[in-house]
Design a protein around this ligand. Structure first.
Ligand SMILES: *[C@@H]1O[C@H](CO)[C@@H](O)[C@H](O)[C@H]1NC(C)=O
Ligand SMILES: *[C@@H]1O[C@H](CO)[C@@H](O)[C@H](O)[C@H]1NC(C)=O
Ligand SMILES: *[C@@H]1O[C@H](CO)[C@@H](O)[C@H](O)[C@H]1NC(C)=O
Ligand SMILES: [Ca+2]
Length: 317
């Protein structure tokens, strides 16, 4: 019986992947009625984190904007008993109290809503996000509370997965290392940078050789300070090493010492722990630095070419 359900589960998954997996991501399922892909995030998050995570995945926080989308979302809820309270939708009034819109700007009065009993109540004048309950009715809730959520990617006529295995053309393959890289010019803290790379199906770049340091140096050279709007330090990027809160013990985010990983060339005088630096960075000359985890910096993500398409997702996620 268990064997049978494992086999049938594998079968279902592979059907989805064969049909549409090679068009977006292995961790999203295609829903015909929604004319696109959806993914349930079971781990509850605040509304802001949910919105950002969907964006990083190349999608958007789902809203029941049409009858079909409502139906697809409710199907997901009914098929997942873990979601007992409901999911955050993309319908929010976080810009201006009471002005509810979906992420793509559809106003609430254009969306058909069935409210749950005694909702909406804007309790304590503190509720600016809409939750969809398992039975499809809606309630306003505190955006700082945490709930599961659904991300949605509408299928576009010209959507194409590139040779990095993603629809994000900012990723470029370098044949010297066999990895793809993306330089993010908008500064983020190290944890937010980590999250961005992970959402995109990759990870903060890990330097495994002199060659890879050279590749990243060249990538960096394509982004001189003038190409990065904003007032921040522009000669250093977050990359994938950290002290794992064991101060003085630097390892990659994949658990290797820098020597094991294949590159441990610190810049002169680094790591200097200059008033408490516990996160990993790289100067534009390719040499390593330690930096404040909360300092917003540009950052470089790395991803394996197929990692967003593989259905046995060992790499990438
Ligand atoms: C939907 O669920 C809510 C919360 O459990 C409940 O209060 C409400 O009566 C339900 N509505 C319908 C139409 O089933
Ligand atoms: C609701 O949100 C406000 C800020 O919007 C926050 O200060 C408050 O702690 C939240 N309340 C609960 C119960 O989560
Ligand atoms: C860095 O400095 C902090 C205090 O500012 C200290 O707790 C930590 O142990 C130092 N790390 C190293 C490697 O010395
Ligand atoms: Ca430093």
């Amino acid at each position: 019986m268990i064997l049978f359900s494992v086999i049938s589960l594998a079968f279902c998954l592979s059907v989805v992947v064969v049909a549409h997996g090679n068009l977006f991501r292995f961790d999203y399922d295609f829903y015909q009625e929604a004319e696109g892909w959806m993914k349930l995030h079971q781990i509850p998050a605040t509304w802001r984190d949910a919105r950002l995570r969907c964006f990083r995945e190349g999608a958007a926080l789902a809203s029941p904007e049409t009858e079909n989308l409502h139906h697809a979302m409710q199907n997901i809820l009914m098929n997942n008993q873990v979601v007992t309270c409901g999911v955050f939708t993309g319908i929010h009034a976080t810009y201006s109290k009471g002005d509810y819109n979906s992420i793509d700007g559809t106003p609430l009065n254009r969306i058909a809503i069935n409210w749950a009993p005694d909702e909406p109540d804007n309790a304590d004048n503190n509720e600016d996000c809409l939750l969809m309950l398992p039975n499809g009715t809606m309630a306003d809730v505190n955006c700082s509370d945490v709930f599961p959520y659904v991300c949605y990617k509408k299928k576009l006529p010209n959507m194409a997965v590139n040779n990095c295995g993603t629809i994000d053309n900012s990723y470029a393959l370098d044949t010297r290392t066999g990895s793809c890289y993306k330089f993010h010019t908008e500064p983020q803290t190290w944890p937010r940078a980590f999250s961005a790379c992970s959402g995109e199906g990759g990870h903060l770049a890990i330097i495994n050789s002199e060659t890879e340091a050279q590749v990243l140096r060249e990538k960096y050279a394509q982004y001189p300070p003038g190409t990065m709007p904003g007032n921040f330090v522009k000669n250093v990027v977050h990359i994938g090493h950290t002290d794992w809160e064991e101060h003085g013990m630097w390892m990659t985010i994949h658990g290797q010492t820098l020597k094991e990983a294949g590159y441990d060339k610190w810049a002169g005088g680094q790591p200097d722990n200059y008033s408490s630096q516990f996160c990993g960075a790289m100067f534009n000359n390719g040499q390593l630095d330690d930096i404040w985890c909360e300092r917003p910096c540009p950052f470089i993500c790395e991803k394996k070419p197929g990692s967003l398409l593989a259905d046995d997702s060992d790499d990438g996620f």
